[in-house]
Write a protein that binds this ligand. Sequence first.
Ligand code: DGJ
Length: 430
Amino acid sequence: MNKKEILLFLTLVLPVFVNVQEYGLVRSDEFESSGQFANPFKQPHYLPLNLAIGGDNGGDPDVDAFPMKYEIDYVRVYQKKRGIRSGEIWPDDKGVHINAHGGGILYRDGKYYWFGEHKSETTSSAWVGVTCYSSTDLMNWKNEGVALSVSDDPNSDIVRGSVIERPKVIYNEKTGKFVMWFHLELKGKGYSAARAGLAVSDTPTGPYTYIRSGRVNPGIYPADMTKEDREITFDQKLFDKWWTPEWYDAVNKGLFVKRDLEGGQMSRDMALFVDDDKKAYHIFSSEENLTLNIAELTDDYQDHTGKYIRVFPTGHNEAPAIFKKAGTYWMITSGCTGWAPNEARMFSAPSIWGPWTKHPNPCRGENAELTFGGQSTYILTLPGETDNKYIFMADIWRPKRPIDARYIWLPIQFGDDGIPYIEWVNEWKP
Ligand code: DGJ
Protein backbone atom coordinates (compact mmCIF):
# COMPACT_ATOMS: atom_id res chain seq x y z
CA MET A 1 0.00 0.00 0.00
CA ASN A 2 1.49 3.36 -0.93
CA LYS A 3 0.85 6.65 0.83
CA LYS A 4 -2.09 7.50 -1.39
CA GLU A 5 -3.67 4.13 -0.71
CA ILE A 6 -3.16 4.55 3.05
CA LEU A 7 -4.96 7.88 2.96
CA LEU A 8 -7.80 6.39 0.93
CA PHE A 9 -8.02 3.51 3.38
CA LEU A 10 -8.21 5.91 6.33
CA THR A 11 -10.88 8.01 4.69
CA LEU A 12 -13.11 5.21 3.44
CA VAL A 13 -12.72 2.41 5.97
CA LEU A 14 -12.18 4.61 9.02
CA PRO A 15 -13.87 6.30 10.79
CA VAL A 16 -15.91 3.40 12.08
CA PHE A 17 -19.42 4.44 12.91
CA VAL A 18 -21.07 3.27 16.06
CA ASN A 19 -24.74 3.70 16.72
CA VAL A 20 -25.46 4.77 20.29
CA GLN A 21 -28.57 5.74 22.20
CA GLU A 22 -28.91 9.10 23.80
CA TYR A 23 -28.63 7.55 27.22
CA GLY A 24 -25.53 5.44 26.78
CA LEU A 25 -25.41 1.82 25.76
CA VAL A 26 -29.08 0.92 25.99
CA ARG A 27 -29.97 -0.84 22.77
CA SER A 28 -32.94 0.73 21.07
CA ASP A 29 -34.82 -2.58 20.74
CA GLU A 30 -34.44 -3.23 24.52
CA PHE A 31 -35.52 0.30 25.18
CA GLU A 32 -38.70 -0.11 23.17
CA SER A 33 -39.58 -3.55 24.42
CA SER A 34 -39.38 -2.41 28.05
CA GLY A 35 -42.80 -1.02 27.09
CA GLN A 36 -42.36 1.83 29.52
CA PHE A 37 -41.28 4.61 27.30
CA ALA A 38 -40.80 5.17 23.60
CA ASN A 39 -37.70 7.29 23.29
CA PRO A 40 -38.55 10.55 21.49
CA PHE A 41 -34.91 10.81 20.45
CA LYS A 42 -34.96 7.39 18.87
CA GLN A 43 -32.92 7.87 15.79
CA PRO A 44 -29.39 6.78 14.87
CA HIS A 45 -26.56 8.68 16.49
CA TYR A 46 -23.00 8.24 15.19
CA LEU A 47 -19.64 8.38 16.88
CA PRO A 48 -16.72 8.81 14.46
CA LEU A 49 -13.64 6.86 15.64
CA ASN A 50 -10.43 8.09 14.03
CA LEU A 51 -7.08 6.38 13.83
CA ALA A 52 -3.93 8.40 13.32
CA ILE A 53 -0.97 6.72 11.69
CA GLY A 54 2.53 8.05 11.66
CA GLY A 55 6.13 6.91 11.42
CA ASP A 56 8.95 7.06 13.97
CA ASN A 57 9.95 10.55 15.08
CA GLY A 58 7.32 12.20 12.91
CA GLY A 59 8.51 10.49 9.74
CA ASP A 60 6.42 8.63 7.21
CA PRO A 61 4.96 5.27 8.20
CA ASP A 62 6.78 2.28 6.84
CA VAL A 63 4.72 1.31 3.77
CA ASP A 64 5.85 -2.34 4.16
CA ALA A 65 3.79 -2.56 7.34
CA PHE A 66 0.56 -2.34 5.31
CA PRO A 67 -2.09 -3.60 4.83
CA MET A 68 -2.85 -3.80 8.55
CA LYS A 69 -6.04 -4.70 10.38
CA TYR A 70 -7.77 -2.31 12.75
CA GLU A 71 -10.27 -4.19 14.91
CA ILE A 72 -12.57 -2.72 17.52
CA ASP A 73 -13.95 -5.10 20.14
CA TYR A 74 -16.29 -2.68 21.84
CA VAL A 75 -16.88 0.98 22.42
CA ARG A 76 -17.61 2.21 25.89
CA VAL A 77 -19.61 5.43 26.05
CA TYR A 78 -19.35 7.51 29.20
CA GLN A 79 -21.98 10.05 30.05
CA LYS A 80 -21.15 13.16 32.02
CA LYS A 81 -22.97 13.00 35.38
CA ARG A 82 -25.97 15.21 35.06
CA GLY A 83 -27.41 17.52 37.65
CA ILE A 84 -31.13 18.12 38.08
CA ARG A 85 -32.57 19.41 34.83
CA SER A 86 -36.25 20.23 35.27
CA GLY A 87 -38.56 19.53 32.38
CA GLU A 88 -36.24 17.07 30.63
CA ILE A 89 -36.32 13.29 30.32
CA TRP A 90 -35.01 11.81 33.58
CA PRO A 91 -33.52 8.38 32.86
CA ASP A 92 -33.41 5.83 35.67
CA ASP A 93 -30.65 3.23 36.09
CA LYS A 94 -31.98 1.40 33.02
CA GLY A 95 -32.15 4.50 30.86
CA VAL A 96 -35.93 4.68 31.04
CA HIS A 97 -37.72 7.93 31.89
CA ILE A 98 -38.73 7.86 35.58
CA ASN A 99 -42.40 7.01 35.98
CA ALA A 100 -43.34 8.38 39.42
CA HIS A 101 -45.72 11.29 39.03
CA GLY A 102 -47.51 13.29 41.71
CA GLY A 103 -44.82 11.87 43.92
CA GLY A 104 -43.17 12.34 47.27
CA ILE A 105 -39.87 11.40 48.86
CA LEU A 106 -39.05 9.41 51.97
CA TYR A 107 -35.55 9.67 53.44
CA ARG A 108 -34.40 6.66 55.45
CA ASP A 109 -30.96 5.39 56.46
CA GLY A 110 -29.01 7.47 53.96
CA LYS A 111 -31.30 6.76 51.01
CA TYR A 112 -34.04 8.70 49.30
CA TYR A 113 -37.11 6.76 48.14
CA TRP A 114 -39.26 8.41 45.53
CA PHE A 115 -42.85 7.14 45.30
CA GLY A 116 -45.22 8.21 42.56
CA GLU A 117 -48.04 7.40 40.18
CA HIS A 118 -47.17 5.07 37.32
CA LYS A 119 -48.67 6.55 34.15
CA SER A 120 -49.13 4.83 30.83
CA GLU A 121 -49.12 5.97 27.20
CA THR A 122 -52.81 6.73 26.93
CA THR A 123 -54.34 7.09 30.37
CA SER A 124 -53.68 8.56 33.79
CA SER A 125 -55.67 5.79 35.44
CA ALA A 126 -53.74 3.24 37.49
CA TRP A 127 -52.75 0.29 35.29
CA VAL A 128 -49.71 -0.62 37.33
CA GLY A 129 -49.83 1.14 40.71
CA VAL A 130 -47.40 3.15 42.78
CA THR A 131 -43.75 2.96 41.71
CA CYS A 132 -40.63 3.41 43.81
CA TYR A 133 -37.12 4.60 42.92
CA SER A 134 -34.14 4.96 45.24
CA SER A 135 -31.12 7.23 45.23
CA THR A 136 -28.33 8.45 47.47
CA ASP A 137 -27.73 11.73 45.63
CA LEU A 138 -31.19 12.69 44.27
CA MET A 139 -29.75 12.64 40.73
CA ASN A 140 -29.17 8.96 39.96
CA TRP A 141 -32.26 6.84 40.52
CA LYS A 142 -32.60 3.07 40.70
CA ASN A 143 -35.93 1.63 39.68
CA GLU A 144 -37.15 -0.39 42.69
CA GLY A 145 -40.26 -1.59 40.89
CA VAL A 146 -43.89 -1.38 41.93
CA ALA A 147 -44.39 -0.58 45.62
CA LEU A 148 -48.18 -0.89 45.59
CA SER A 149 -49.72 -2.95 42.81
CA VAL A 150 -53.19 -2.49 41.44
CA SER A 151 -55.42 -5.51 41.93
CA ASP A 152 -56.97 -7.83 39.36
CA ASP A 153 -59.92 -8.49 41.67
CA PRO A 154 -62.86 -6.51 40.24
CA ASN A 155 -64.18 -6.04 43.78
CA SER A 156 -61.01 -4.40 45.03
CA ASP A 157 -61.01 -0.62 45.56
CA ILE A 158 -57.64 -0.50 43.83
CA VAL A 159 -58.60 -2.63 40.84
CA ARG A 160 -56.63 -1.95 37.65
CA GLY A 161 -58.23 1.12 36.03
CA SER A 162 -59.01 2.91 39.28
CA VAL A 163 -57.33 6.28 39.91
CA ILE A 164 -54.41 6.31 42.34
CA GLU A 165 -52.86 9.74 42.73
CA ARG A 166 -50.27 11.60 44.79
CA PRO A 167 -49.00 8.71 46.95
CA LYS A 168 -46.88 9.75 49.93
CA VAL A 169 -44.98 7.50 52.33
CA ILE A 170 -43.89 8.23 55.91
CA TYR A 171 -42.08 6.01 58.39
CA ASN A 172 -43.57 5.32 61.79
CA GLU A 173 -40.91 4.87 64.45
CA LYS A 174 -43.30 3.31 66.98
CA THR A 175 -44.52 0.51 64.73
CA GLY A 176 -41.52 0.27 62.39
CA LYS A 177 -43.97 0.38 59.46
CA PHE A 178 -43.80 2.39 56.27
CA VAL A 179 -47.20 4.02 55.82
CA MET A 180 -48.51 5.09 52.41
CA TRP A 181 -51.54 7.34 51.95
CA PHE A 182 -52.85 8.21 48.50
CA HIS A 183 -55.84 9.72 46.73
CA LEU A 184 -58.13 7.02 45.40
CA GLU A 185 -60.97 7.22 42.90
CA LEU A 186 -63.02 4.11 42.26
CA LYS A 187 -62.94 2.63 38.77
CA GLY A 188 -65.53 4.07 36.43
CA LYS A 189 -66.74 6.69 38.92
CA GLY A 190 -64.77 9.69 37.67
CA TYR A 191 -63.56 11.78 40.58
CA SER A 192 -66.69 11.37 42.69
CA ALA A 193 -65.44 8.89 45.31
CA ALA A 194 -62.78 11.32 46.64
CA ARG A 195 -61.26 8.82 49.06
CA ALA A 196 -58.05 8.53 51.03
CA GLY A 197 -56.35 5.15 50.56
CA LEU A 198 -53.97 3.45 53.00
CA ALA A 199 -51.28 0.81 52.46
CA VAL A 200 -48.42 -0.35 54.71
CA SER A 201 -45.13 -2.20 54.40
CA ASP A 202 -42.27 -3.42 56.59
CA THR A 203 -39.69 -2.23 54.09
CA PRO A 204 -39.43 1.10 52.28
CA THR A 205 -39.62 -0.32 48.78
CA GLY A 206 -42.54 -2.62 49.59
CA PRO A 207 -44.53 -4.50 48.47
CA TYR A 208 -47.15 -2.45 50.32
CA THR A 209 -50.30 -4.15 51.52
CA TYR A 210 -53.49 -2.29 50.74
CA ILE A 211 -55.49 -1.74 53.95
CA ARG A 212 -58.60 0.32 53.15
CA SER A 213 -59.93 3.55 51.65
CA GLY A 214 -62.65 5.99 52.55
CA ARG A 215 -63.74 9.50 53.17
CA VAL A 216 -62.15 11.21 56.18
CA ASN A 217 -63.41 11.91 59.71
CA PRO A 218 -67.05 10.79 59.30
CA GLY A 219 -69.49 12.33 61.77
CA ILE A 220 -66.93 14.82 63.10
CA TYR A 221 -67.04 18.60 62.77
CA PRO A 222 -63.82 20.51 62.11
CA ALA A 223 -62.22 21.92 65.24
CA ASP A 224 -62.36 25.45 63.86
CA MET A 225 -66.10 25.48 63.07
CA THR A 226 -68.06 27.75 65.38
CA LYS A 227 -71.02 26.55 67.43
CA GLU A 228 -73.31 28.86 65.42
CA ASP A 229 -72.11 27.47 62.09
CA ARG A 230 -72.59 23.92 63.34
CA GLU A 231 -76.20 24.72 64.10
CA ILE A 232 -77.09 26.26 60.72
CA THR A 233 -79.50 24.29 58.55
CA PHE A 234 -78.84 25.08 54.90
CA ASP A 235 -81.51 25.43 52.27
CA GLN A 236 -81.24 22.55 49.76
CA LYS A 237 -81.63 25.14 46.97
CA LEU A 238 -78.06 26.28 47.64
CA PHE A 239 -76.86 23.17 45.85
CA ASP A 240 -78.74 24.10 42.67
CA LYS A 241 -76.99 27.36 41.88
CA TRP A 242 -73.31 27.56 42.63
CA TRP A 243 -71.03 30.63 42.60
CA THR A 244 -73.66 33.07 43.87
CA PRO A 245 -72.81 35.31 46.90
CA GLU A 246 -75.25 33.26 49.01
CA TRP A 247 -73.58 30.04 47.91
CA TYR A 248 -70.08 31.37 48.77
CA ASP A 249 -71.32 32.44 52.16
CA ALA A 250 -72.87 29.01 52.74
CA VAL A 251 -69.69 27.17 51.66
CA ASN A 252 -67.67 29.30 54.06
CA LYS A 253 -70.05 28.37 56.82
CA GLY A 254 -69.82 24.66 56.04
CA LEU A 255 -72.39 23.81 53.34
CA PHE A 256 -70.30 20.87 52.09
CA VAL A 257 -68.97 19.90 55.51
CA LYS A 258 -72.57 19.25 56.49
CA ARG A 259 -73.50 17.56 53.25
CA ASP A 260 -70.63 15.08 53.77
CA LEU A 261 -70.66 14.93 57.55
CA GLU A 262 -72.14 11.48 57.91
CA GLY A 263 -70.01 9.68 55.32
CA GLY A 264 -66.85 11.69 55.91
CA GLN A 265 -65.13 14.58 54.15
CA MET A 266 -63.94 14.31 50.55
CA SER A 267 -60.22 13.72 50.14
CA ARG A 268 -58.44 14.37 46.82
CA ASP A 269 -55.01 15.97 46.20
CA MET A 270 -52.99 15.31 49.32
CA ALA A 271 -49.77 15.66 51.27
CA LEU A 272 -48.42 14.17 54.49
CA PHE A 273 -46.33 16.05 57.00
CA VAL A 274 -44.43 14.66 60.00
CA ASP A 275 -43.67 17.33 62.58
CA ASP A 276 -40.64 17.55 64.89
CA ASP A 277 -42.64 15.85 67.68
CA LYS A 278 -43.35 12.96 65.23
CA LYS A 279 -47.05 13.78 65.00
CA ALA A 280 -48.22 13.36 61.42
CA TYR A 281 -50.83 15.27 59.44
CA HIS A 282 -52.82 14.56 56.32
CA ILE A 283 -53.47 17.65 54.21
CA PHE A 284 -56.01 17.28 51.42
CA SER A 285 -58.37 19.06 49.07
CA SER A 286 -61.90 18.59 50.34
CA GLU A 287 -65.42 19.97 49.81
CA GLU A 288 -65.35 19.59 45.98
CA ASN A 289 -61.78 20.99 46.02
CA LEU A 290 -63.05 24.23 47.54
CA THR A 291 -61.37 23.85 50.93
CA LEU A 292 -58.17 22.30 52.27
CA ASN A 293 -58.40 20.11 55.36
CA ILE A 294 -55.51 19.54 57.75
CA ALA A 295 -56.22 16.38 59.74
CA GLU A 296 -54.16 14.83 62.51
CA LEU A 297 -53.15 11.17 62.13
CA THR A 298 -53.11 8.66 64.97
CA ASP A 299 -49.80 7.64 66.58
CA ASP A 300 -49.40 4.71 64.15
CA TYR A 301 -50.18 7.07 61.21
CA GLN A 302 -52.82 4.62 59.98
CA ASP A 303 -55.98 6.53 60.90
CA HIS A 304 -57.28 10.00 61.60
CA THR A 305 -57.73 11.16 65.20
CA GLY A 306 -60.80 13.25 64.37
CA LYS A 307 -59.04 16.56 64.95
CA TYR A 308 -59.00 18.67 61.79
CA ILE A 309 -59.30 22.22 60.53
CA ARG A 310 -60.46 23.80 57.30
CA VAL A 311 -58.03 26.09 55.49
CA PHE A 312 -59.28 28.75 53.07
CA PRO A 313 -62.85 27.58 52.43
CA THR A 314 -63.83 28.56 48.84
CA GLY A 315 -60.11 29.11 48.09
CA HIS A 316 -59.95 26.32 45.48
CA ASN A 317 -56.57 24.88 46.44
CA GLU A 318 -55.10 21.66 45.08
CA ALA A 319 -51.66 20.03 45.10
CA PRO A 320 -50.61 20.90 48.68
CA ALA A 321 -46.92 20.63 49.55
CA ILE A 322 -45.60 21.62 52.96
CA PHE A 323 -42.41 22.24 54.93
CA LYS A 324 -41.37 23.81 58.21
CA LYS A 325 -38.49 26.21 58.73
CA ALA A 326 -37.51 27.80 62.03
CA GLY A 327 -40.91 27.16 63.58
CA THR A 328 -42.93 28.48 60.62
CA TYR A 329 -45.05 26.14 58.49
CA TRP A 330 -45.03 26.93 54.78
CA MET A 331 -47.50 25.47 52.31
CA ILE A 332 -47.46 25.80 48.52
CA THR A 333 -50.56 24.84 46.53
CA SER A 334 -52.03 25.35 43.07
CA GLY A 335 -55.38 26.50 41.82
CA CYS A 336 -57.81 24.02 40.26
CA THR A 337 -57.39 23.85 36.47
CA GLY A 338 -57.23 20.11 35.89
CA TRP A 339 -53.94 19.09 34.24
CA ALA A 340 -53.21 22.63 33.03
CA PRO A 341 -50.72 24.68 35.03
CA ASN A 342 -51.73 27.76 36.95
CA GLU A 343 -50.19 30.20 39.42
CA ALA A 344 -48.85 28.69 42.64
CA ARG A 345 -50.11 29.98 45.96
CA MET A 346 -48.19 30.16 49.23
CA PHE A 347 -49.34 30.25 52.85
CA SER A 348 -47.61 30.31 56.22
CA ALA A 349 -48.63 29.66 59.81
CA PRO A 350 -46.99 29.66 63.23
CA SER A 351 -48.72 26.36 64.04
CA ILE A 352 -50.05 23.54 61.87
CA TRP A 353 -53.46 24.54 63.25
CA GLY A 354 -53.07 28.06 61.87
CA PRO A 355 -53.83 30.84 61.53
CA TRP A 356 -52.74 30.46 57.90
CA THR A 357 -51.77 33.64 56.06
CA LYS A 358 -51.66 33.99 52.29
CA HIS A 359 -48.49 35.28 50.55
CA PRO A 360 -47.89 36.23 46.92
CA ASN A 361 -46.90 33.62 44.32
CA PRO A 362 -43.52 32.20 45.44
CA CYS A 363 -42.33 31.65 41.84
CA ARG A 364 -40.25 34.35 40.17
CA GLY A 365 -39.07 35.00 36.63
CA GLU A 366 -40.24 33.81 33.25
CA ASN A 367 -43.37 31.63 33.33
CA ALA A 368 -43.69 32.17 37.10
CA GLU A 369 -47.39 32.89 36.68
CA LEU A 370 -47.81 29.26 35.51
CA THR A 371 -45.44 27.69 38.07
CA PHE A 372 -42.98 27.19 35.16
CA GLY A 373 -45.56 24.88 33.56
CA GLY A 374 -45.91 22.58 36.59
CA GLN A 375 -48.09 21.83 39.58
CA SER A 376 -46.70 21.34 43.08
CA THR A 377 -46.49 17.83 44.50
CA TYR A 378 -43.96 17.79 47.36
CA ILE A 379 -41.37 19.80 49.21
CA LEU A 380 -38.36 17.78 50.27
CA THR A 381 -36.47 18.88 53.37
CA LEU A 382 -32.90 17.69 52.95
CA PRO A 383 -31.62 15.91 56.04
CA GLY A 384 -29.32 17.95 58.27
CA GLU A 385 -29.58 19.30 61.77
CA THR A 386 -29.12 22.93 60.84
CA ASP A 387 -29.29 24.97 57.69
CA ASN A 388 -31.80 22.68 56.02
CA LYS A 389 -32.30 22.95 52.31
CA TYR A 390 -35.65 22.52 50.65
CA ILE A 391 -36.54 21.28 47.19
CA PHE A 392 -39.77 22.28 45.50
CA MET A 393 -41.10 19.40 43.40
CA ALA A 394 -43.79 19.75 40.75
CA ASP A 395 -45.25 17.84 37.81
CA ILE A 396 -45.50 19.03 34.23
CA TRP A 397 -48.51 16.96 33.22
CA ARG A 398 -48.88 15.66 29.67
CA PRO A 399 -52.52 14.51 29.59
CA LYS A 400 -52.32 13.53 25.89
CA ARG A 401 -49.42 11.19 26.67
CA PRO A 402 -49.39 10.85 30.46
CA ILE A 403 -46.22 8.70 30.57
CA ASP A 404 -44.28 11.60 29.11
CA ALA A 405 -45.08 13.92 32.03
CA ARG A 406 -41.98 15.70 33.32
CA TYR A 407 -40.63 16.84 36.66
CA ILE A 408 -39.65 20.21 38.03
CA TRP A 409 -37.31 20.19 41.02
CA LEU A 410 -36.02 23.57 42.11
CA PRO A 411 -34.23 24.80 45.22
CA ILE A 412 -36.32 26.94 47.55
CA GLN A 413 -34.53 30.20 48.28
CA PHE A 414 -35.19 32.68 51.05
CA GLY A 415 -35.22 36.47 50.90
CA ASP A 416 -33.76 38.73 53.62
CA ASP A 417 -37.26 38.81 55.07
CA GLY A 418 -37.19 34.99 55.38
CA ILE A 419 -39.95 34.55 52.77
CA PRO A 420 -39.40 31.58 50.44
CA TYR A 421 -39.21 32.06 46.70
CA ILE A 422 -38.49 29.82 43.72
CA GLU A 423 -36.58 30.62 40.55
CA TRP A 424 -36.02 28.47 37.52
CA VAL A 425 -32.54 26.92 37.33
CA ASN A 426 -31.55 25.05 34.15
CA GLU A 427 -29.26 22.58 35.90
CA TRP A 428 -28.20 22.30 39.51
CA LYS A 429 -26.93 19.84 42.09
CA PRO A 430 -28.50 19.47 45.53
C1 DGJ B 1 -55.30 18.16 39.25
C2 DGJ B 1 -54.74 17.33 40.35
O1 DGJ B 1 -53.80 18.06 41.02
C3 DGJ B 1 -54.16 16.06 39.78
O2 DGJ B 1 -53.58 15.31 40.80
C4 DGJ B 1 -55.25 15.34 39.09
O3 DGJ B 1 -56.22 14.94 40.03
C5 DGJ B 1 -55.89 16.22 38.03
N1 DGJ B 1 -56.34 17.45 38.62
C6 DGJ B 1 -57.04 15.54 37.36
O4 DGJ B 1 -57.62 16.45 36.47
